[in-house]
Design a protein around this ligand. Structure first.
Ligand code: FAD
Length: 310
């Protein structure tokens, strides 16, 4: 939406193809307290502000699920959609984000946002003085478990094996933290809650002894990986070992004219601020790309009407 706002300000005919409601992960976030200028704003409220801002500058929003993005021989791009409409443009900005990998157990969807979370930075403050659980064994799980002790009284780190994958330094910090209890060789099999719809209990099983037991907890943070939504791009695009798209400083990927911004891109951290920043850069870079195209060979824009950035 930031990219769309800047493309609109660049007088580019801009269409945003979004499979759901505008807002992405903002819609999965109860409250945002770390976006500059908004000390406390509901996720959906901030999303609406982003959307109306982009629309103000002429960006068009279409509810479409993109199934494939491909580069054509003439250098332009095509985006196929589930509706069957094909969108063509000389440049594409991919901002499809990523998807936290879920546990896929009973209660996970039911209590999403009501004790089940995939982001400690965002939701940790809601568990002041509570007993909560973190699931996972990599850097994210260990780092976030440590982070969450600034709020929670007790944090169980539940890991399905007897060894963590996280870096040694993170493990050292974790084991020195008196508020954290390691639960090894254990998986969470069900999340239970109370009449108010809040998490109260976890059903777990030791994968070695098969012993099943209950753990009383008001929150469960799942960090078992993140999958960037890059699968829709046809052909090879350079990416890192986790699948995140690699870009240069202008957010251009290894495919000329294809830009990537936000959570879909390889970078240090993933926040609304960084996504908005990426969107700004990608839009301005796309505008320069289009101008260079035009200047170089005066390529007629392959559009229905006027210049398009999809
Ligand atoms: C639970 C949670 C809470 C968070 N809370 C905070 C917070 O408090 N503060 C903060 O700064 N950051 C927070 N973050 C991180 C922040 O939300 C993300 O960094 C930011 O939303 C990334 O923006 P994005 O546009 O790159 O991706 P997203 O927000 O993921 O948006 C991607 C959009 O692409 C759409 N899409 C994907 N594939 C397709 C397709 N094939 N066709 C059409 N549309 C498609 C999706 O529907 C989605 O709307 C949180 C993240 C999570 C998971």
């Amino acid at each position: 939406m930031t990219a769309a706002m800047y493309c609109g300000r660049g007088m580019l005919r801009t269409v945003v193809l979004e499979r759901g409601l505008s807002g992405g992960e903002l819609l999965n976030t109860e409250v945002i307290e770390d976006y500059p200028g908004f000390e406390h704003i509901l996720g959906w409220e901030l999303a609406q502000k982003f959307e109306s801002h982009a629309k103000k500058f002429g960006a068009e929003f279409l509810q479409e699920t993109v199934t494939c993005v491909r580069k054509l021989d003439d250098g332009s791009f095509e985006a196929d959609t589930e509706s069957g409409t094909v969108y063509r443009a000389p440049t594409v900005i991919l901002t499809a984000g990523g998807t936290p990998i879920k546990l896929g157990i009973p209660g996970e969807l039911k209590y999403a946002g009501k004790g089940v979370s995939y982001c400690a930075v965002c939701d940790g403050a809601f568990f002041k003085g509570d007993t909560i659980a973190v699931v996972g064994g990599g850097d994210a799980a260990v780092e976030e478990a440590d982070f969450l002790t600034r709020y929670a009284e007790r944090v169980y780190l539940i890991h399905r094996r007897d060894e963590l994958r996280a870096s040694k330094i993170l493990q050292k910090r974790l084991f020195e933290n008196p508020k954290i209890t390691m639960i090894w060789d254990t998986v969470v099999e069900e999340i239970e809650g109370d009449a108010q719809g809040l998490v109260t209990n976890l059903k777990v099983r030791d994968v070695k002894t098969q012993e099943a037991r209950d753990i009383a907890a008001t929150g469960i943070f799942v960090f078992i990986g993140f999958r960037p939504n890059t699968g829709i791009v046809e052909g090879h695009v350079d990416h890192d070992e986790m699948g995140y798209m690699l870009t240069d400083f202008s957010m251009e990927t290894s495919v000329k004219g294809l830009f990537a911004a936000g959570d879909v891109r390889a970078q240090l951290t993933r926040q609304v601020t960084t996504a908005a920043g990426d969107g700004t850069t990608a839009a301005i870079a796309a505008e320069k790309y289009l101008k260079a195209l035009k200047d170089k060979v005066g390529v007629p824009m392959i559009v229905r009407t006027g210049g398009y950035a999809v």
